[in-house]
Design a protein around this ligand. Structure first.
Ligand SMILES: Cc1cc2nc3c(=O)[nH]c(=O)nc-3n(C[C@H](O)[C@H](O)[C@H](O)COP(=O)(O)OP(=O)(O)OC[C@H]3O[C@@H](n4cnc5c(N)ncnc54)[C@H](O)[C@@H]3O)c2cc1C
Length: 641
């Protein structure tokens, strides 16, 4: 089916769908369309970034940038856990794809465990892996990949590229694909209410439906950042400020060797920046017994790191294979659907605290002579905050009690800089030791249960599953804690951090970091840490702002809001009114935007609506009926209807 070009306007004559954004969600849209078989359809695909990989996973990026998820725990394919309406079409996980690519390139059969036949078949019937074969570093990476390895982001981009090419090849003969390697600038409607997409190159696409898979979008700086920008402007001081963004989009060239740089953020973004400013500048880490030693290039700055909590995200456990299955026995025993809106603190948290505590002692019982039955009895008989003192008398001296309540409320006490820095180093070192124990760490087993509760919770809390007060309050606080225990760096990054502290290249400022402009540059300080004041000519914000529709800088979203084609999602409050938040009002099933001007078959997918749907950020995990695949499948079902 063709389309006519009329004075810059492309008008298609059959069902016409525009997909804006060809990152993982755009790829999944194509895969789900193809899964439904041939039909007369024109697909316009719009993205100026590398198709498949998208902006974030582009394959030409620094290979030292790695995923914080595991190769065996990422897939783009449905499996028998899938509950969507569309067909299940199995295919290789990222790890299986690495093994099959290695097998194809070298002729060496993949070792055990066996790869399911359906996954192998999908690989063999899929696109070629010439891009892997042609690149020595990719060949080495697929050869070394294990289920528990952290793939480079570029390799995940290559997998996406393969899934995209495979999905395109599977589209039926009546599907016409039109590529637009440009930005979409505006989505509007014509007189008949049909969606229209305007592109930066001047083309205008009239569609029956539009799928916006835009990923991470620009939000306006917050009030404090605007004030800091104004202070920089009026001071006339020569400083470099690298604002929050994905690390590969940040220009670090203004951060000079040998000079201090203030870094805000202690999560994945910090560990990425740390790597880019050290390994990325020619330094290297060498094994030194159990530890690492850093060999500098002389091009590194000195990083002074602070954040809101002043505590680094905890390292990911080192598993030989996939992470352990989560039990959450008490949590899962409840029919939460019958108990909406969710009361997180009153109903959910006590069960979670008990489940996490039990996981700790069950693991500990493999190494210590403890009376597990008696401990479990106490777990059920006591309030969550009383568990540690209630159980401690049953433990041998060498086994500390698990104090979930204390972990959840962990904070830094006022102290001097030396003792704070010593505390952080000890905390990173002991956490790393636990991470290296893998499945044998009671501590990480407890935290793993708590981390796993995040997805469970965000699904329960989706849309009106929890009231606005509950969402904004304790749930948000818990999810933020969950991020620090579950979305942290691979363990090797924690080892690198310790080596950089030894080399004098990383220092810690403290919690509640404030930054202002002084006479010679930025001045950072933690009100809780005496002697923490530091001056630096550069400030690096090492995180990615989560999109907020109320403060968006994205032209498509602001245009949709202006035209009444979109509106903020309002969560029900305890008083029965609605409190507007950062996400958008969308159909809970199909993700179609619901604006004051009604519905116009414009579907907004993924991260911009995280605060409504939840669980939109992490890539799909095999065997978990992933939210993203269900979300995309339901949108495709509606789009093709
Ligand atoms: C630094 C960083 C690290 C991450 N690491 C992990 C990880 O290790 N594991 C994990 O599971 N998840 C990770 N994530 C989450 C990640 O965002 C998701 O896994 C996934 O990329 C989301 O897919 P998406 O297709 O929705 O969005 P994206 O991957 O962001 O893709 C969106 C695409 O839309 C395009 N686009 C946007 N606007 C327009 C427009 N107007 N016109 C044309 N094209 C447009 C962009 O160019 C981009 O290619 C990470 C996120 C960040 C920021």
């Amino acid at each position: 089916m063709g389309h006519e070009q009329k004075g810059g306007v492309v008008a298609d004559s059959a069902l016409t769908v525009v997909i804006v954004g060809l990152g993982p969600r755009g790829v999944s849209l194509l895969e789900r369309i193809g899964a439904r078989g041939n039909r007369e359809l024109t697909l316009h695909l719009v993205d100026d970034a590398q198709p498949g990989a998208g902006r974030l996973w582009r394959t030409d990026q620094d290979r030292d940038m790695c995923m914080n998820t595991l190769a065996g725990a990422v897939t783009m394919f449905t499996d028998d856990s899938f509950s969507g309406a569309g067909p299940v079409v199995e295919g290789p996980t990222l790890w299986e794809w690495c093994r099959l690519a290695h097998e194809t390139i070298t002729g060496e059969p993949a070792d055990a465990p066996p790869i399911p036949d359906s996954h192998r078949r999908a690989f063999l019937e899929g696109a070629d892996v010439e891009l892997v074969a042609a690149d020595e570093a990719f060949r080495a990476e697929v050869a070394a990949a294990g289920p528990g390895s952290h793939p480079s982001r570029a390799l995940f981009g290559l997998y996406q590229d393969w899934v995209l090419r495979t999905a395109l090849a599977k589209l039926g003969p009546d599907v016409q694909v039109v590529w637009h390697r440009t930005r979409a600038t505006r989505v509007t409607t014509d007189d008949a209410g049909r969606p229209v997409v305007e592109l930066a190159d001047g083309e205008v696409l009239r569609a029956d439906a539009v799928a916006l898979a835009l990923g991470w979008l620009e939000s306006e700086p917050n009030h404090a950042d605007k004030a800091l920008a104004a202070a920089v402007e009026s001071s006339g001081v020569d400083v470099t400020w690298v604002p929050p963004d994905s690390p590969i989009e940040q220009d670090l060239s203004g951060i000079r060797a040998g000079e201090p740089v203030i870094v805000r953020g202690f999560g994945m973004g910090f560990f990425d920046s740390m790597s880019m400013l050290t390994i990325g500048r020619g330094g290297r880490f060498e094994p030194d017994g159990e530890r690492l030693r850093y060999v500098p290039s002389g091009q590194e700055p000195i990083l002074h790191v602070g954040s809101r909590k002043g505590l680094p995200f905890r390292a990911k456990s080192v598993y030989e294979g996939l992470p352990p299955a989560v039990k959450l026995a008490r949590v899962c025993a409840v029919d939460w659907r019958a108990r909406r809106p969710l009361r997180f603190t009153e109903d959910f948290l006590p069960l979670l605290a008990r489940d996490a505590t039990q996981a700790y002692y069950e693991t500990a019982a493999r190494f210590h002579d403890i009376d597990l039955d008696a401990i479990i009895e106490l777990i059920d008989a006591n309030e969550p905050w009383e568990l540690a003192p209630a159980i401690v008398h049953l433990l041998p001296d060498e086994l500390p009690p698990f104090d979930f309540h204390a972990l959840l409320h962990e904070h830094v006490h006022p102290q001097g800089r030396d003792s704070y820095e010593e505390f952080i180093v000890d905390r990173v070192a002991s956490d790393l030791a636990e991470a290296r124990l893998g499945l044998d760490s009671p501590f990480k087993a407890g935290l793993w249960e708590a981390n796993a509760a995040r997805r469970f919770l965000t699904e329960l809390a989706a849309f009106d599953g929890i009231d606005a007060e509950g969402y904004e309050g304790d749930l948000r606080e818990f999810l933020s804690f969950g991020g620090t225990i579950g979305s942290g760096p691979p363990a090797f990054r924690a080892a690198q951090l310790l080596a950089l502290v030894d080399a004098g290249l990383v220092r810690f400022v403290g919690p509640r970091i404030t930054v202002e402009v002084g006479e010679t540059g930025f001045v950072a300080h933690s009100p809780l840490i005496e002697g923490s004041r530091v001056e630096a000519p550069a400030l690096l914000d090492a995180w990615v702002r989560l999109h907020d529709g109320r403060f968006t800088q994205d032209p498509i979203i602001s245009g949709l809001l202006e035209q009444g084609l979109a509106q903020p999602f309002g969560r029900l409050t305890a008083h029965g009114d609605r409190s507007l938040g950062p996400a958008f009002a969308i159909d809970e099933v199909t993700s179609e935007l619901i604006g004051p001007a009604g519905r116009h078959r414009i579907h907004l997918l993924g991260i911009p609506s995280d605060a409504a749907r939840g669980d939109t950020i992490i890539a799909p995990m095999p065997g978990t009926d992933p939210t993203m695949l269900r979300e995309i499948d339901a949108a495709v079902e509606a789009i093709l209807a």
